[in-house]
Write a new protein. Sequence first.
Length: 396
Amino acid sequence: MRPEVLKIGVVGLGQQGSFYTKLFQGAEIRAGVTLPKLLGGELVAVSDMDPQKLEEISGAFPHLACFNDYKDMLDNADVDAVLIATPHYFHPSMAIEAMQRDIHVLVDKPAGVFTNDVQKMNDFSCAKPELQFSMMFNQRCNLLYRKMKDIIDSGVIGAVRYTDWTITTWWRPQSYYDLSAWRATWAGEGGGVLINQAPHQIDLWQWICGMPSTVYAKAGYGSQRDIAVEDDVVALVTYDNGATGVFRTCTHDMLGTDRFEILGDKGKIVVEGSSKIVLKKLVESENVISQGIAKDEVSAILQGVASIDQYFSEETFEFESEWGKQHFDVIQNFLDAINHGSELVAEGAEGINALSITNAIHLSSWLDREVSLPIDGDLFEAELNKRIQQEIATAP
């Protein structure tokens, strides 16, 4: 029988883990921002290797049981579920340890660093179907992106012809990378902007538009920052239906752009920023319209004498964003799935999709050639290890 109030543990008290503890306490998560308290779950324990972080959290919330070893917490805190918010490499092994003890798991993004490791986590979760296993893809709860997915899934703009997302709002100064030794390293993080800043967008890209079949990428490794990992990326993908897609991101654009465009044969979606969708719907498919335009009409259109306004309609959808609300929604959904059998917003097994694209981008840029999905996980792991060893060998 399920408990009325689940006992929750948080593993990792970095920026995200500390944020999650505040959500459970109904505490102020940002100046002037407090969300309702989560229902159906109570935070009872936390774990972190840093004694100072444990001391700080204990001072703020003295009722919490604090552990410097997460396995000790799993064994002795009597938790029903855990949120894993540690550095990326540890996500799969920690999730497996929790599931071995019949504990439900919510893993922060990304699912891990390489697909071979994440596949082991996914395979183990299949042997524990009674457990809820979820990913913190909080932007799937963003109403703007949910609307985009609804539009695509409904077929309103027809078959996708191209996708194009430029997301360069991740500006990070050099001092950000100098905060800790593990940051922006192959051994500590497993990558740069793709693995740290952009996983949510890569997940949304595949969630809305589908998984690509091939990837060709160029990446700048320490191109504008004194780091070993990527700070500038452009990737070209193809889909099974022949459509193409472009994903561009970086951490050195102080002015930043966030523009997501999807063209279908019956229309187009354009999102500029995070508050508005512009939907343009053609009266028929572009192919039908193209075949029906007479020579004299096309001449008038090309000369600017006539317009194409008659062939499409435009609709705008606007959204307000509450900071932190999407994280709250994923956690509440996770609790509801355990307590009431609700459908998960992001199944844990889906975390491998975004990571597969990230691994493919890295691998393509390293080998300077197009790679197919699913990638060769052994080849990726070997190439990643080369970079880790080189990093270790050249460390001061």
